[in-house]
Design a protein around this ligand. Structure first.
Ligand code: AHG
Ligand code: MN
Ligand code: MN
Length: 337
């Protein structure tokens, strides 16, 4: 007999006892994010049909051009989270500042949610996978007032939950609350995310490396040598340019993803709060590792600003360890340095 379908909502409710604060609040919050993901998915799928493509005109707070679908996803996430009553504020890659949310029925909401509403936006108009990334923290400011910046500037280790949605050949939501990682595939015929990948474990090592090798000449010397080494080892290069999609491959097939410092982005390009921390939480929960190119654990970095960037090296544990050992050896070598 085939296994019974377990929907995301059912799974979240059944797992409620695993949460630090088993009051149902986080359960409601995750459910609302699931709803927002379905709405964004619908729009991503229609992107070729409706006049929603193209650059929106404005630049986002990191100075990059914003496409309409980014704003649509941003608005939908804020809308769904405002209605939840469990979220006292959000911070998004698309908003310069954090946005406090109004309390519903004077309820003291305890959580803040941070997100990259549409990851891989340069891939939208060429029909290549894009994603959404989210990260949830319990607020640290008193819960009878508005949220504060300090609620958002917490270390990644403080995350209560994190996840991503990949809008790919199928739409999959992957999340963790610190008790392993599970994946849910959207069944469009019933409009539900169904449990499809239980307790995801990344392979200890793999065949893939993922890096924008076009910036090779802009990498530090040890990074260039590391990339040469990947090639010498006959690793296969895959780079989609959507972090969610590149990491999704590595999570399932094993490998390493790197976005190191470049001349243009001395601290790396990806954002610590919206991209690196949530992906690191998922990766570590799946048995992987995540560090920056200074070899510090990503989730131990204390953020000082909302749009802070970080270099990142993330993936199969053995491959991250090997990369670390390579850089340490290389930097220590008087002949090579
Ligand atoms: P976003 O679309 O949210 O701005 O993110 C794009 C990011 C990430 O998804 C990807 O890994 C990286 O930018 C690609 O950057 P390069 O084109 O510099 O390689
Ligand atoms: Mn992104
Ligand atoms: Mn984005």
């Amino acid at each position: 007999m085939p296994n019974r379908i377990v929907t995301l909502d059912e799974f979240i409710i059944k797992s409620q006892k695993d949460f630090h604060f088993a009051t149902g609040e986080l359960t409601a919050l995750l459910r609302d994010i699931g709803v927002a993901a379905k709405i964004v998915n619908r729009e991503v799928n229609r992107a070729g049909l409706v006049n929603i493509l193209g650059v929106h005109g404005a630049e986002n707070s990191s100075g990059e051009s914003v496409q309409k679908l980014d704003m649509y996803a941003n608005d939908k996430l804020i809308e769904c989270l405002s209605g939840s009553g469990e979220c006292c504020g959000i911070a998004s890659e698309e908003n310069e500042d954090f946005v406090p949310l109004k309390a519903i029925e004077s309820k003291n909401a305890k959580y803040v949610v941070l997100f990259d509403p549409l990851d891989g936006s340069s891939n939208i108009d060429v029909n290549v996978s894009v994603g959404t990334i989210f990260s949830i923290y319990r607020r640290i400011s008193p819960d009878d007032g508005p949220c504060k910046l300090e609620d958002f500037l917490q270390k990644g280790v403080e995350q209560i939950a994190a996840g991503y949605v990949i809008y790919g050949t199928s739409t999959i939501l992957v999340y963790t609350t610190g008790h392993g990682v599970n994946g849910f595939t959207l069944d469009p015929s019933i409009g539900e995310f169904c449990l499809s990948h239980r307790n995801i474990q990344i392979p200890k090592t793999g065949q893939y490396y993922s890096i924008n090798q076009g910036y090779y000449s802009k990498f530090d010397l040890e990074m260039r040598r590391y990339v040469d080494n990947c090639s010498d080892e006959n690793l296969r290069l895959r780079y989609i340019g959507t972090m969610v999609a590149d990491i999704h491959r590595i999570l399932f097939q094993g490998g390493i993803f790197l976005y190191p410092s470049t001349r243009k982005y001395p601290d790396g390009k990806l954002r610590l709060l919206y991209e690196c921390n949530p992906m690191s939480f998922i990766m570590e929960q799946a048995g992987g590792k995540s560090i920056n190119t200074r070899l510090q654990r990503i989730m131990d970095i204390k953020p000082t600003e909302l749009h802070q960037r970080a270099s990142i090296v993330i993936g199969s544990p053995q491959m991250v360890d090997e990369m670390k050992a390579f850089v340490e050896r290389y930097s220590a070598s008087p002949v090579l340095s």
